[in-house]
Design a protein around this ligand. Sequence first.
Ligand code: TEU
Length: 520
Amino acid sequence: MWYKEIVFYEIYLPSFQDSSGNGIGDLKGIINKLDYLSDLGIGGIWITPFYKSPKVDGGYDVEDYYKIDEEYGCMDDFDKLINEAHKRGIKVIVDLVLNHTSDKHKWFVESRKSLANPYRDYYIWNKKIPNNWESFFTGTSWEYDNQTDEYYYHAFSKEQVCLNWSNPKVKKEMFKVISFWLNKKIDGIRFDVINFLKVNMGLFKYDNTQNENKEQEHIYDMNQDGILNTIKEIVSFTKKWDNIFLLGEIGSEDLSTLNKYIGDDLLDAVLNFNIGSINKIETYKLAEILKETNKAIDYPTLFFTSHDTSRYISRLCDNNHDLAKVLAGLMLFAKGIPFIYQGDEIGMTDYISKSLYDIKDIRALTKYDVLYKLNKNEELSLKLVNNTNRDKSRTPMQWDRDKKNYGFSVGTPWIGNEGNSIDVEHQISDKSSMFSFYKSLIKLRNSNLVMQYGDYVSIINHQDVITIIREHNGEQLLCIMNLGNTQNKSINKEGVLLFSSLKIGSNNVEPYEFSIYHLQ
Ligand code: TEU
């Protein structure tokens, strides 16, 4: 399958490239940068939602599934983007949010009008709060609506209203949406929080439990009985189109849960949060994670950063470029589908919000609100919120580091450029840069069947070094990666050197060495 042969790149649309000068990334901006992506060797892009939206949650709050948000462009721009991407051999996957709509969506505007409204059952309403379920953005998941004196359910912000997937009409509407976009010649879909679909109203009577830290365990509000059947129906519907790649965001780090959603009649791949969510590099554990993932999942996804996390260079590498290269190497060598997040390839680092007024992420804002009500301490609330603030990775790509650094809301600049003032031109031209490292390794992967299809022969860890051997059709590659800053003498390197991040003069493994050998 083609998706095993390429490297993907995630575009967080509002922060990628602004072609119109309003401070917000747009579709034309992506077209402008297709040559850049092609030069990097990218074979597929995942674009975060571009549908008409109030953008309370960066577009994950859709107001109209059939329209392009005006700030992002128009349908012509979208068609042109697909065309131009395909001309360069770049596949395009779009992000579909089937779990919830914006509260501005016409279905919800209708639904809240009266108990008898034909759209009432598109959403989940209750006379009284039926359970203790909490929103994934903190606080209650039930919002009171005085128009009908009832509560509606929202797993995320109160502006993102959960659809009632036990209602066949909702399913039908969504099949229409899916066919509309597949007819536009997209190559795949990333299904947002697809295991959250509320398919089973019978479960709403049960309370979720708490763990020992008194945090809610999301037992009944995700992975509901019946969800696999619903996903099978969606998948089977998409089979009318050829060669479509279906990627699911399954909100879980548990390998057996993730694996449940993959299969011939299910999704092709899921986002592997068991790898993507790690927050500390311990070489031994990392090697174990690779082994366990390989046991559970045939072809996983590989990423360390997304628009929902901090940047791996800050979180895992303390902004050390040498280590960041080794981890990028791991992501591009290990078995799976690599997803590079915009900006990681030029070494962008985390942005830290300076005050409440500097926060744009709705999840962080909601959390701040809840915390501040409890502790009445601005500094403490900000500190706690900044642990998981998604703004960290959402600052604009540094195409022009001298330009005022706007975020994705018009007129509200991010404060300062801290850690993000990067010279892209220099990254592109300097042979020892982060960009050049990514580029040469992607080039190797793009032409190497062992890196695309090979199975693991071994994954061995010794001190800070991991060695991996992969094999395909009798051909073997050995990858040596040193995640530490000390020399290691214990590994014998044999074979033809295919890739090296360092000038290797001896048989020792050098600090932060990343090299690949073709075994004879
Ligand atoms: O993310 C889902 C999300 O917020 C996860 O953090 C989830 O709560 C977790 O995996 C549960 O274990 C998606 C989008 O990527 C994100 O940007 C949106 O805010 C969210 O859905 C709502 O649409």
